[in-house]
Design a protein around this ligand. Structure first.
Ligand code: HXC
Length: 289
């Protein structure tokens, strides 16, 4: 991606500082790159230090600027607090947070255990809330304006069979977006969310299209998947100056796939026992890497 792929003037976000959870790879990396290109300092956090360090080095090599890698598992409250202490000490209050970190895999719901539910919900639902709360308390105490963006899916409107813990967790963040948009609006903190359709990433394809190779646009009315700069532009718009009156919205960017098909995994109703066995083995193989 280059500045030419973005809709905005150079330096739009100069002097601003943002945190992107799960910013080392996938959509988080794409959005981090866009914020960096527009002049912001970007903190990226995740569980895997080598991945984060490599992404930070690559992005700075490509574009200059400042990307700071922070190892933080958002399932652990103390890691969140320690990381935010470091970030605040590094340059004061953040200007925004992107709740992007997620975990997901396709499974028949009857095959899940309580631990499997926790594996997803502790990242997506609880982890994102705790991160938002910790940032929010700091912003409120300092009277600082900020923008929070959560990366959801269109399933927040219609649920998703075969990814029920994710659908429940993301629906929870949709409710958080609507609720806190009102509760903290008067104090300058706004909340929005993006519900992306298919923007294939390696991690997503491995867990949601196991063994299926590259994710293809299926029955998308525009007959294609999303392009990363399209997502990056929307994220930059919602994080930046000029969109302040947009608050409490979850915005789909999916070529109208949701309207056309519901956008979820209902097609897997056709799968047989063998298909589910293969899927689970394929996901386990990916996670062992
Ligand atoms: C059923 C499964 C399973 C599977 C794990 N479990 N995989 N159950 N089917 N395929 C169960 C295990 O048996 C175990 O329960 C419990 O879940 C925890 O397993 P662990 O392997 O210990 O989990 P963990 O190490 O926490 O890793 C799971 C994970 C991991 C957190 C989800 O895959 C991960 O790190 N993912 C992050 C990246 C990612 O998922 N990206 C894709 C996001 S895409 P028992 O009871 O047996 O101990 C996304 C949006 C997509 O979110 C939008 C598309 C349009």
């Amino acid at each position: 991606m280059t500045l030419d792929d973005l809709m905005f003037k150079p330096g739009l976000l100069a002097g601003r500082r943002y945190l992107v959870t799960g910013g080392g790879s996938g959509l988080g990396r794409v959005m981090s790159e866009a914020l960096l290109l527009l002049g912001a300092d970007v903190y990226i956090c995740g569980r895997r230090a080598p991945v984060l360090e490599e992404t930070a080095a690559e992005l700075m090599h490509l574009h200059g600027g400042r990307v700071i890698a922070k190892t933080c598992d958002i399932r652990h409250d103390t890691q969140i607090t320690e990381m935010l202490d470091e970030i605040w000490a590094d340059g004061g209050a953040l200007d925004g947070l992107i709740n992007n970190a997620a975990g997901n895999f396709v499974s028949r719901t009857e095959d899940l255990s309580p631990r499997a539910f926790d594996a997803i919900s502790n990242i997506v639902f609880r982890g994102s809330f705790c991160m938002t709360l910790e940032c929010g308390k700091r912003w409120l105490a300092e009277g600082k304006s900020a923008s929070v963006l959560s990366i959801l899916t269109t399933w927040v409107w219609n649920g998703s069979p075969f990814t029920v813990p994710s659908a429940m967790s993301k629906a929870g963040l949709h409710a958080m977006t609507q609720s806190l948009a009102v509760e903290w609006a008067g104090r300058g903190i706004r909340f929005n969310a993006i519900a992306p359709g298919l923007f294939p990433t390696e991690g997503m394809s491995a867990r949601l299209n196991p063994g299926g190779g590259e994710h293809k646009a299926e029955r998308n009315p525009m007959d294609r998947n999303g392009r990363m700069p399209e997502l990056a532009n929307l994220a930059a718009y919602l994080m930046g100056p000029g969109s302040e009156y947009v608050n409490g919205q979850t915005i789909a960017i999916d070529g109208a796939q949701f309207q056309a098909t519901g956008g979820n995994f209902s097609r897997m109703s056709q799968w047989q026992d063998e298909d589910w066995k293969r899927a689970r083995e394929s996901i386990a193989g990916r996670d062992a890497q």
